[in-house]
Design a protein around this ligand. Structure first.
Ligand SMILES: [Mg+2]
Length: 180
């Protein structure tokens, strides 16, 4: 069964300036290309799971998100790596407009996006890894049964079930490490 490296987007792939939707705002986080290159070499699928309530809030549109992510995919490919799948959740239970205002099983800390990815790609979640920069990422990973969780420390820097890292490259040795 394939395994995945799950990545949060804002704060992990790009610096989180809040509601990033244009490529001019997209600043890649140090180490992201090295990490994903190593992960793919080890046979992991690289899968993005990202809350995008900016869509639901009307700050930017679905088409803006898709266009940006298409550009991001090309930037990865230009560096000899890539993203295998991207899942996003546009809803927000309080601030969503119209049909976007709802509770959703896809919105982290709920595990819906991870579980959907597992169904779509027949993933072995127990041998998969997740990296995020917030506790809600860790909660989603833990609820889904992802084997190892890595918290890129910043604003949130503690979560009992997660291994803290301060740079994405610190995760690379874990790609080959046996389960502990
Ligand atoms: Mg984040």
């Amino acid at each position: 069964m394939p395994r995945a490296l799950f990545l949060d987007r804002d704060g992990v792939i790009n610096r989180d300036f809040g509601y990033v939707y244009r490529k001019e705002q997209f600043e890649f986080v140090d180490g992201i290309f090295d990490l994903t290159r190593a992960a793919r070499r080890e046979g992991y699928l690289v899968i993005v799971i990202t809350n995008q309530s900016g869509i639901g809030r009307g700050i930017y549109g679905e088409a803006d998100f898709q266009a940006l992510m298409q550009w991001v995919r090309v930037e990865f490919e230009a560096r000899g790596t890539g993203l295998d799948a991207i899942y996003h959740c546009p809803f927000h239970p309080e601030y969503g407009l119209g049909g976007y205002k709802r509770e959703s099983p896809c919105r982290k800390p709920a595990p819906g996006m991870i579980l959907q990815a597992a169904r779509d790609h027949s993933l072995d979640l127990a041998s998969s890894l997740l990296v995020g920069d917030s506790v809600t990422d860790m909660q989603a990973g833990e609820a889904a049964g992802v084997g190892r969780l890595f918290l890129l420390t910043g604003e949130d820097n503690k979560y009992a079930a997660a291994f803290p890292i301060s740079n994405l490259r610190e995760l690379i040795p874990f790609l080959t490490a046996p389960e502990s």
